[in-house]
Design a protein around this ligand. Structure first.
Ligand code: FES
Ligand code: FES
Length: 212
């Protein structure tokens, strides 16, 4: 019989504890019977994580099992990255890791250490006043955003695509966003927006200073 209690009461604490107790009975042949009880404690410590997000460096005390999306949203307040399924199926949590689109619900925060994370907040750091990224502008112009839940992940997948392939076909766009589910738009307006964004970028390439 065993029992286990996990305690982590504050994000500012540097240590969380996991304590356990256990009892056991056993019978041995030839030497009689015996019983025993025991208690044990273990310590699961937060570790210091250095994370580069949208060009800024953060140092955080983080438990080793925390996912990247949890740290982005709950520790850094970057709630533009959404959580849908939490299992790698919907793409709502898509961010760029060294420029590649990943499901941040499947990435441990520590796996992102030493790499560059880009979230939707980093695509247009100045927000609307600073000017939206051309892909965001195209989504707005085409009505490719309805509830908006899929949009951050969809736009970052589109960014990865256009960085790889500045002039994709509609089929290539559909293939690249296949992992980003949208329950609202029927995808057609999203595909048209990405194709238009590609044309706009070719006509006026984005300078590094305009966004990652
Ligand atoms: S929340 Fe990560 S893929 Fe759905
Ligand atoms: S706009 Fe609602 S899920 Fe895509």
């Amino acid at each position: 019989m065993s029992g286990k209690t996990s305690v982590c009461t504050s994000t500012s604490e540097s240590i969380c504890t996991v304590a356990g107790t256990g009892m056991g009975t056993g019978t041995g042949t030839g030497t009689g019977t015996g019983t025993g009880t025991g208690t044990g404690t273990g310590v699961k410590a937060k570790r210091i994580l250095t994370l580069r997000v949208n060009g800024a460096t953060h140092q955080l005390a983080v438990l080793p099992h925390r996912t990247l999306v949890e740290v982005l949203r709950e520790e850094l307040g970057l709630t533009g990255t959404k959580v849908g399924c939490g299992e790698g199926d919907c793409g709502a949590c898509t961010v760029l890791l060294d420029g590649r689109a990943v499901n941040s619900c499947l990435v441990l925060a520590f796996q992102a250490e030493g790499r560059e994370v880009t979230t939707i907040e980093g695509l247009a750091p100045g927000g609307e006043e600073g000017g939206l990224h051309p892909i965001q502008q195209a989504f707005v112009a085409h009505g490719a955003i309805q509830c908006g839940f899929c949009s951050p992940g969809m736009i970052l997948s589109a960014k990865e695509l256009l960085d790889d392939n500045p002039a994709p076909t509609a089929e290539e766009v559909r293939a690249r966003i296949a992992g980003n589910l949208c329950r609202c738009t029927g995808y057609q307006k999203i595909v048209e927006a990405i194709l238009d964004a590609a044309k706009a970028r070719l006509a006026a390439p984005v300078k590094p200073a305009d966004g990652p």
